[in-house]
Write a protein that binds this ligand. Structure first.
Ligand code: 1HE
Length: 264
């Protein structure tokens, strides 16, 4: 795979550079995901510096991502198609099961592989311009970036099948209502909100964040009896961390800022 680092920008911001901002910078091609860009995303998350506590994933220009770079879509034999898809799986797994929680800031087109990419993040914030589609059906292809595993978990199998069969496009409000995004904000504010959430996430105990990223989705797929056992093991490990003990002591000592506040 060719590397295209110019299409991906990674910067470290905030207190002690704890937040990684990973930005698709291929706006002229609507952040279409070339093989090189997928490899660059994979490498960015596999090589995240150890001090980073959360990441914001976003796209430059008017769209988050137009999905697979269709100019690279050529006649592949079955084995090449298999390996292409598996390459996406490695990259998007590096995001979902990587070192830090990822908040995606969505705007404009979040389509095809762009939606698959967004679905690999942990928290999605969409602005009012966001729209969601799976045009694979009309291009004669199928999802290959983990979409058939991740997207039904957000919106259900029936809605995903409808999107691919009929070309249905969901707007930002429906997208939030159905579960594509957990947050909906006014136009132009997705990045600011995503940064605010990433900074909040970065204050959590790293082991709790790890449990939410790595244990929770697996527990949710286990038979209930196995899930309860995994939960108990994870809970025991998390609460034994010195950081957790200090946090509980702080609450019991009435230290400022540790109480849960009513939603505004
Ligand atoms: C692209 C791509 C692309 C734009 N690959 N070059 N994805 C799709 O089927 C979506 C295809 N794209 C679109 O429907 C539209 O481009 C958008 C709605 C996203 C944006 O529209 P617009 O009017 O802002 O931009 P545009 O004029 O359509 O595109 C601007 C340029 O980006 C143009 O190139 P130019 O050289 O003529 O300027 C487009 O060709 C280029 N461009 N989208 C390549 N996707 C792991 S499997 C995943 C399978 C899939 O993702 S299938 C869905 C693919």
């Amino acid at each position: 795979m060719s590397r295209t680092p110019q299409d991906l920008e990674v910067e470290f911001v905030g207190r002690q550079r704890q937040i990684a901002v990973v930005r698709l910078t291929r706006a002229a091609k609507r952040n279409a995901l070339s093989d090189g860009l997928i490899a660059a995303l994979r490498d960015a998350f596999l090589n995240m510096p150890s001090g980073v506590r959360a990441a914001v994933l976003c796209g430059a220009g008017a769209h988050f991502s137009a999905g697979l770079d269709l100019s690279e879509l050529k006649e592949r034999d079955a084995a090449e198609g298999l390996h292409h898809s598996r390459g996406w799986h490695v990259a998007l797994n590096a995001i979902q099961y990587g070192p830090v929680p990822v908040v995606a800031a969505l705007h404009g087109a979040v389509v095809g592989g762009g939606l698959e990419l967004a679905a690999a993040s942990h928290v999605r914030v969409a602005d009012a311009t966001a729209f969601y589609a799976l045009p694979e059906g009309s291009r004669g292809i199928f999802v290959g970036g983990g979409g058939s595993v991740r997207i039904p978990k957000l919106i259900g199998v029936a809605r995903m099948a409808d999107m691919m069969l009929t070309g249905r496009v969901y707007g930002a409000e429906d997208g939030e209502r159905l579960g594509f995004a957990q947050y909906l904000v006014p136009e132009g504010q997705a990045f600011t909100k995503a940064m605010e959430l990433a900074k909040r996430i970065a204050t959590n105990a790293p082991l709790t964040n790890y449990a939410l990223m790595h244990a929770l989705p697996r527990i949710a797929e286990q038979p209930a009896d196995h899930g309860l056992m995994t939960e108990a093991l994870m809970a025991a490990i998390a609460q034994s961390a010195p950081d957790a003990k200090q946090r509980v002591r702080d609450f019991l000592a009435g230290k400022a800022g540790t109480k849960v506040k009513r939603a505004e």
